[in-house]
Design a protein around this ligand. Structure first.
Ligand code: UD1
Length: 337
C-alpha cells in the first residue's frame, strides 16, 4: 500500500521530529524544504536515528511547477504542511514576506493536491488564534480573536482557506492542529531546534544562556495576574507533538470533505519561573537571569484543554516538561561541542 507522505518543512524543528515518528509507524515521509531556516545536517541526524535514507526534494512550496513535479513523482497519499515563517516579532517588521510565504505556499499546495488527487492534509496552526482567552483551559469552542501579529493572522487565514476548500466539496479531508508551546528535542540529541541568531523563544534562550552563548535571560515581566507573576504557557515535548501528527493522519483515513481543528498541548500550565527552576534542576546549572519589562503581545496565561485530542485522536502526551528541558539541554550540549 502507498504510504508516501509529503512533509513540507520536514528539515525544520517540528517537521524533523515528525519524520522520525512517521517512519516508526510505517509511513514513508518525503521531505520538501528550501533550507531557508533549517540545515542540511538535519538529514544526517534523521538517518542516524532511523537507519533509513530520507527522500528529499529541495525547493520552495510557493513554486507551483516544483510542487507539481514532486507530487507527480511521489504520488503522496497525504501531506503534513509545516513550511512557514514563525517569528512573531519579525512578522511585524516584514508582513509581506509572511503573507507571501505562509499564505501563498498553502494556496499552491491545495491547488496541486487537488490536481494530483491527494486528499489528506494536516496543517500546523497555533494557539495564537485564541488571543487572550477569557476562560482556561482553552477548549476548541473558545472563540478565536483577531490576531495581533501578521504571523498569527497567517495562521487564521490559512485555517479559513482550508475550511473553504473543504466546503467546496473537493474531497479534501484536513485537520488544523493548534499547537501550544513546543519545546525539547529528540532524546538521542541528534536533532533539535536550530534557531537562527538570537532566539526569541524561551527555551532556546535558556539553553544558550546556560551554555555561555548569551549573558543572561530576561524574564519578560513578573507582575502578571498569575501565581508567581510570570507568564504561564502549556509547554509540550516536540516528540509528543510529532506523534500527534501521525495520529491525525490515521484519523483522516476514509474521511472526505472533512475539516476540524484540535488543540495539541499537555493540559498543564507552567510559568516562566518554573521553567527556569526546572531547567536548573535537570541540567545542574545555575541560570543567570533578570526580571525585565513585559514583552508586547504576551498574554497572561494560556493552556490547552486536551479532551478533544484524547477523544478524537486517541492521543495524549507521554513526556513531561522535565523530560523536555533535559532533552533540550543535551541537544544544546551536543551543538556546543
Ligand atoms: C509565541 C507565539 C506563538 C508561536 C510561538 C512559536 C505569541 C503570543 N505567541 O509563543 O504564536 O507559535 O511563539 O514561535 O506571540 N520569555 C521570556 N524571556 C525570553 C523569551 C520568552 O521571559 O527571552 C517568556 C515570554 O514572555 C513567554 C514565555 O517565555 O511568557 C514563552 O515565550 P515564547 O517561547 O516566545 O513563546 P510564546 O510567546 O508563548
Amino acid at each position: 500500500m502507498n504510504k508516501n507522505i509529503i512533509v513540507t518543512g520536514g528539515a525544520g524543528y517540528i517537521g524533523s521530529h515528525t519524520v522520525v515518528e512517521l517512519l516508526a509507524q510505517g509511513y514513508k515521509p518525503i521531505i520538501i524544504d528550501n533550507f531557508c531556516n533549517s540545515e542540511k545536517s538535519v538529514l544526517k541526524g534523521l538517518e542516524d536515528i532511523t537507519g533509513k535514507r530520507i527522500d528529499l526534494f529541495e525547493g520552495d512550496c510557493t513554486d507551483k511547477n516544483f510542487m507539481t513535479n514532486v507530487f507527480a513523482k511521489t504520488k503522496p497519499v497525504g501531506v503534513i504542511h509545516f513550511a512557514a515563517f514563525k517569528a512573531v516579532g519579525e512578522s511585524v517588521e516584514k508582513p509581506l514576506a509572511y503573507y507571501q510565504n505562509n499564505v501563498v505556499s498553502l494556496l499552491v499546495l491545495l491547488e496541486v493536491m487537488k490536481k494530483q488527487n491527494c486528499k489528506r492534509l494536516v496543517f500546523s496552526s497555533s494557539c495564537t488564534v485564541y488571543g487572550t482567552p477569557k476562560k482556561l483551559p482553552v477548549t476548541e469552542q473558545s472563540p478565536t480573536q483577531k490576531a495581533i501579529s501578521p504571523y498569527g493572522n497567517t495562521k487564521q487565514i490559512a485555517e479559513d482557506i482550508i475550511k473553504d476548500q473543504v466546503v467546496a466539496n473537493t474531497g479534501l479531508s484536513a485537520v488544523a492542529l493548534r499547537y501550544f508551546n513546543p519545546i525539547g528535542a529528540h532524546p538521542s540529541a541528534l536533532i533539535g531546534e536550530l534557531p537562527l541568531g538570537i532566539p526569541s523563544n524561551l527555551v532556546p534562550f535558556v539553553t544558550q544562556t546556560a551554555a555561555g552563548l548569551r549573558n543572561e535571560l530576561t524574564i519578560f515581566g513578573n507582575d502578571y495576574n498569575t501565581p508567581d507573576g510570570t507568564n504561564v504557557r502549556d509547554y509540550i515535548h516536540v516528540v509528543d507533538l510529532a506523534k500527534a501528527h501521525v495520529k491525525t493522519l490515521d484519523y483522516l483515513y476514509g474521511k472526505s470533505n472533512f475539516y476540524d481543528f484540535i488543540n495539541i498541548g499537555t493540559g498543564t500550565g507552567t510559568s516562566v519561573l518554573e521553567i527556569v527552576k526546572t531547567f536548573e534542576k535537570v541540567s545542574n546549572q545555575k541560570l543567570n537571569y533578570t526580571i525585565g519589562n513585559r514583552r508586547a503581545g504576551d498574554v497572561d496565561q494560556i493552556y490547552a484543554s486536551v479532551d478533544k485530542s484524547k477523544e478524537v485522536l486517541n492521543w495524549k502526551t507521554e513526556l513531561s516538561v522535565e523530560d523536555a528541558l533535559k532533552d533540550s539541554w543535551n541537544w544544546q550540549l551536543n551543538l556546543s561541542h
